[in-house]
Design a protein around this ligand. Structure first.
Ligand SMILES: Cc1cc2nc3c(=O)[nH]c(=O)nc-3n(C[C@H](O)[C@H](O)[C@H](O)COP(=O)(O)OP(=O)(O)OC[C@H]3O[C@@H](n4cnc5c(N)ncnc54)[C@H](O)[C@@H]3O)c2cc1C
Length: 303
């Protein structure tokens, strides 16, 4: 029986493990894909306090090493369900076995919704980006596209318009869905164009992005746009469904928990990008990890 079982080895889950181990709890971390979480896709992290610059994978590796050195167990297993047992402990079923724990922290993150086009995964960091604030600097002075028309896309476009030569906003709907204030701000900028009713149907290039093939959804007309970067901002997808029996989800599928990381189920905590919040960054994920771990430690000590 573990004191604290953590689902997800991204910044939130690994930080939770660090704090829980330092409080001398028996800790198991389960990760289904990549130790380090989604930040491992980023070639360069420049906004984590105390580090001038490092790759996302180096950040993930170092955090994992730190957690292992503190004595946490970390395994590659996909959690499929979490059940509350009659004695108040949790039964966690993975793709290969089950584990029991006194408390559980879900730090399952969220994924950027992808376009689903050929080369998209290979060119992440090489012309395909999902975070303008994080990766915009790689395209400074260049001509880029922002794919999407909601608030995230418009905020990305505002940010990119300050550092890029030209920014093309491409929206599949006939209108932008983001705030009017942002749209008005963008329409006044000389280096920003807005193209609605348009989808990207092909990513062009040999080993990195050099352009986009576009299709007008109303006329069917196909055209090409030369850009060296495309920032995809078509939403986030949380993967919280397996845990929704014990923790309330909001309308968008995120855990409806506040800064205290508490859920409606005693002993179950949520942390990081999987939680409803405004800012999804490493700093906020690590902050949640620490808060959730200390709450879980207090809970275990109270049993
Ligand atoms: C390309 C890119 C660049 C970025 N750049 C920056 C940056 O420069 N600075 C910054 O601050 N932020 C950046 N971010 C955002 C940052 O990566 C996230 O905010 C942060 O990783 C969130 O941490 P997390 O632990 O909450 O979630 P995640 O990092 O998403 O980790 C969650 C983990 O849980 C695992 N998991 C999910 N479901 C299960 C399951 N059922 N069983 C087991 N494991 C499961 C996932 O595989 C994943 O590894 C970037 C994101 C991307 C994609």
């Amino acid at each position: 029986m573990y004191d604290i079982l953590i689902i997800g080895a991204g910044p939130a889950g690994l930080t939770a493990a660090l704090y829980a181990r330092r409080a001398d709890k028996q800790v198991l971390v389960l990760e289904k894909e990549t130790f380090g979480g989604q930040i491992t896709y980023s070639p360069k992290v420049e906004n984590y306090p105390g580090t001038l610059e490092m790759s996302g994978s180096a950040f993930g590796e170092q955090l994992l090493e730190q957690v292992l050195s503190q004595g946490a167990e970390v395994e590659l297993e996909e959690v499929q369900s979490v059940a509350l047992q009659a004695d108040g402990t949790f039964l966690v079923q993975t793709d290969c076995q089950s584990h029991e724990a006194r408390s559980v922290i879900v730090a399952a993150g969220s994924k950027h919704r992808q376009l689903g086009l050929d080369h998209e995964n290979q060119w992440i960091g090489n012309g395909i980006y999902y975070c303008a604030v994080c990766d915009g600097a790689f395209q400074a002075g260049q001509e880029v596209a922002v794919i999407g028309g909601g608030n995230t896309a418009l905020q990305d476009a505002v940010f990119l318009s300050q550092i890029c030569k030209k920014v093309h906003i491409l929206q599949d709907l006939p209108y932008l869905t983001g705030e009017k204030r942002l749209a008005d701000q963008l329409l006044q900028k000389e280096n920003v164009t807005v193209t609605t009713s348009t989808v990207v149907q092909t990513l062009l290039g040999q080993d990195h992005l050099t352009g986009l093939e576009l299709r007008n959804t109303q006329t069917g007309e196909v055209s090409r746009l030369s850009v060296s970067g495309a920032f995809v901002a078509i939403g986030q997808v949380p993967e919280n469904e397996p845990f929704s029996n014990l923790a309330q989800l909001d309308a968008r599928g995120y855990f409806a928990a506040g800064e205290d990381c508490l859920t409606k189920t005693k002993g179950l905590f949520v942390a990081g990008d999987c939680r409803a919040k405004q800012v999804r960054q490493i700093t906020t994920a690590c902050g949640d990890g620490a808060v959730a771990a200390l709450a879980a430690c207090r809970y275990v000590d109270s049993l």
